[in-house]
Design a protein around this ligand. Structure first.
Ligand code: OSB
Ligand code: MG
Length: 369
């Protein structure tokens, strides 16, 4: 594909409700949208999911812009690109997976649109609807949490994930289970514990959780393996799996049974597929996680969630769970049966509303390539 222009939009999307994890609260979500235009006039869109501060990962929306502008764009100028060639070219840059992923996603979207096929088919997806779960942040009280869970279940979400941290864990899960003995339920610690909390975490085994996500340090594989031997609750890794090699090592060490794949964290759709393929070939399940994406990034998540190895509901909720108005048309909608349909239109299958993007953008820049 021959690119003509790349435009970056730094958008700030106000969340309907703040989202709190063990590393902090997000009130307004920054994100960088990537728009590619190729010679024939076709477009591709991707999203950089780096946050406001280096809390979930070391990247921020500021470092991501810097890396795209000063390193990625100069490296790809005048090059004939496919998503795979792009990944190979930018592999010279260490880390900065979220920055890399934005353009990579846009290339996949562009390639699918040029071929006139939906992105999910282009990447090997096999289902026309994906199972939608919801991730619920830390609340000011258990009552508040129970109320939120009841609303989300009423909307049709197929599984509830709650964020935990020291002081907001066993007691909270116990109360949720008292109220809802049978719902599919899982917890996410975002790396808030250490191995010395192993016996404390073991108490979660009583509550029939689908999994515990990233209990220990953000780049650990060894301690998770030790914890996995102690717990009956399956361990799911999020932060610790940053590339396909990490997945291979996690399998070797037996650090996890499940991987939450996020394209931003691992450098895009290609590396996500590689992790999916490897982990599935080992007979283990994956699902697709989210980073509070706008409708653009969400399109890429939906496409990935149609892959055959996705065996659990995903952190892919409707646009209305996050935002008063999304920047795409149609917005992502939850069906009554708790699924989201994979669009049959080319690429991510939704139209990006440029006037909305401009409304939320605080910085925009176009590069000719
Ligand atoms: O750990 O999965 C996480 C959001 C921001 C940063 C990290 C995480 C999350 C979520 C939200 O859990 C998932 C979503 O996009 O709905
Ligand atoms: Mg997580």
């Amino acid at each position: 594909m021959e690119l003509r222009r790349i435009t970056l939009y730094e958008v700030w999307m106000p969340l309907k409700q703040y989202f709190e994890t063990s590393f902090g609260a997000t009130v307004e979500r920054p994100g960088i949208l990537v728009r590619l235009e190729e010679r024939g006039g076709e477009e591709g869109w991707g999203e950089i999911v780096a946050g406001e501060g280096p809390w979930y990962s070391c990247e921020t929306y500021v470092t991501a812009w810097h890396v795209v502008e000063d390193y990625i764009i100069p490296l790809i100028r005048k090059k004939e690109l496919t998503p795979a060639r792009y990944s190979s070219i930018v592999s010279r840059i260490r880390g900065h997976n979220m920055a890399k992923a934005g353009l990579e996603e846009a290339l996949w979207d562009l390639e699918a649109r040029l071929r006139g096929i939906p992105l999910y088919r282009h990447i090997g997806g096999i289902r026309e609807a994906i199972e939608s779960g919801v991730s619920i942040g830390i609340k000011s009280s258990v009552e508040e949490l129970l109320k939120t869970i009841s609303v989300r279940l009423g909307e049709g979400y197929r599984r509830i994930k709650i964020k935990i941290k020291p002081g907001w864990d066993i007691g909270v899960v116990e109360k949720v289970r008292e109220e809802y003995p049978d719902i599919p339920l899982q917890v996410d610690a975002n790396a808030a514990y250490t191995l010395s909390d192993a016996l404390h975490l073991k108490r979660l085994d009583e509550y029939n959780l689908l999994m515990i996500e990233q209990p220990l340090s953000h780049d650990d594989l060894v301690d998770h393996a030790e914890l996995a031997r102690l717990l009956r609750t399956p361990i799911c890794l999020d932060e610790s799996i940053k590339n396909p090699d990490d997945a291979r090592r996690a399998y070797r060490l037996d650090s996890a049974w499940i991987i939450n794949i996020k394209p931003g964290r691992v450098g895009g759709i290609g590396p996500s597929k590689a992790i999916h393929d490897f982990w599935s070939s080992m007979g283990r399940p994956v699902w697709i996680g989210g980073m509070l994406e706008t409708g653009v990034g969400r399109g890429h998540l939906v496409a990935l969630a149609t892959l055959p190895g996705v065996k659990y509901p995903n952190d892919i909720s409707a646009s209305s769970r996050y935002y008063e108005e999304d920047i795409v048309e149609p917005p992502w909608i939850l069906e009554k049966n708790g699924t989201i349909r994979a669009p049959q239109k080319p690429g991510i299958g939704v139209e990006v509303l440029l006037d909305r993007v401009e409304k939320y953008a605080r910085r925009t820049k176009t590069y000719t390539v």
